[in-house]
Design a protein around this ligand. Sequence first.
Ligand SMILES: NC(=O)c1ccc[n+]([C@@H]2O[C@H](COP(=O)([O-])OP(=O)(O)OC[C@H]3O[C@@H](n4cnc5c(N)ncnc54)[C@H](O)[C@@H]3O)[C@@H](O)[C@H]2O)c1
Ligand SMILES: N[C@H](CO)Cc1c[nH]c[nH+]1
Ligand SMILES: [Zn+2]
Length: 412
Amino acid sequence: MIYQADEVRARFARRGLSFDPTVEEIVRGILTAVREEGDAALDRFSLDLDGHPVEEVPKRLWREAYEDLDEELRDALETAKERIEAFYREEAKGGFLKAEAGGVLGQLVRPLSRVGVYVPGGSAPLLSSLLMSVVPAKVAGVGEVIVASPPRVHPGVLAAAWVAGVDRLYAMGGAQAIAALAFGTERVPRVDKIVGPGNAYVVAAKRQVYGVVGLDGLAGPTETLIVADGSASPRLLAADLLAQAEHGPDSEPWLLSPDRALLERVEAELFRQLEGLPRAEVAKRALEKGGLVLTRDLEEALDLANLYAPEHLCLALADPLPWLGRVQNAGGVFLGEGSAEALGDYIAGPSHVMPTSGTARFQGGLALRDFLKVIPVVGLSEKAVRELSAKGALLARAEGLEGHARALDLRR
Ligand SMILES: NC(=O)c1ccc[n+]([C@@H]2O[C@H](COP(=O)([O-])OP(=O)(O)OC[C@H]3O[C@@H](n4cnc5c(N)ncnc54)[C@H](O)[C@@H]3O)[C@@H](O)[C@H]2O)c1
Ligand SMILES: N[C@H](CO)Cc1c[nH]c[nH+]1
Ligand SMILES: [Zn+2]
């Protein structure tokens, strides 16, 4: 289905995380039960929803899963891990303490003590998502990384845990896993922050426990928006749309172009490539949620992309770099049709955990700083204390806070 730009503009502008009341209610019930009953409720929901009680998977099994892997897959995992590690080592993490008139002002930067990583496993065992969250946490220096993934945890996920250096791994999924990580139970330690993507239940649970625990964001069903010009290959474009469409019926693949002939060729190519795709039924449903959009020109396509704020913005343009300056809202940007989003999913380097549902309006992809906290430090000299106290007291009285003013008057 090819839309005109005007047909999608209002929909793109209205977009935002929607809260399905039924999901919210189910999740609220699970969170309350796990908070009140601990492990008993955790096991009950895990049995009901995933067919297995929760268990901690011992490290011996991760190592065995790793050793059982085909040699080429093991090598691919190691390469992905090294590239993600190298990427995040580039992100500065130093604090500072600068001398100021006999005193000091600065920032302490501290890695978080204990982080919970959710690794989706409902419809596919996303071993790459484990690497994409755990490796940056490790580079940041997080004290302890605890992984939760639905039972039975796939051997590929266990092997990735081994490669990434996870500390503990629990076979538990959905809202009950988020509850256990946020509140803690006898078996599962409470964490300081939960990161990682998940389905609607996981996203709703994360949102509901925010405050009890920190969050990286609310990365839900994946989406991709490609802006293409006439130079792009319809075969590659269709393949890239289908790659993300196969994630789930909630995924949204979009292609925006001012070239009608290109859109028509991509449409035909989509039908061709759907044949024989193992997850064709899922992909078809996702394609109905997205679409192909004819724009006036590339400027209009980029403006619509910013309005939509996609998780992935792919610029399949002959000369993409000059368009980067126009990008305002995106979880991640992929330049040129060679830099496929699927490469970003597995091995390019940056984490593939990126904001969805328009939340790219206010945040980017998972970064080292998501695992760090900044603590300001104030150590003023006697002279600065005297000089600043008078002005501070003035400001306090302007707020009507006499107690603050007197505390400062005593230091003048
Ligand atoms: N944005 C990103 O960065 C990113 C990255 C990777 C994956 N994803 C997305 O993550 C999602 C993964 O979803 P998934 O379903 O495959 O795995 P998941 O692990 O997120 O969800 C599976 C869990 O959902 C719970 N659940 C299922 N049905 C339920 C119900 N009716 N009531 C209560 N709980 C229920 C179960 O406990 C199960 O363990 C996909 O949508 C994918 O697109 C996003
Ligand atoms: N495209 C997904 C969301 O960024 C990540 C993923 C994992 N495996 C394959 N793809
Ligand atoms: Zn993907």
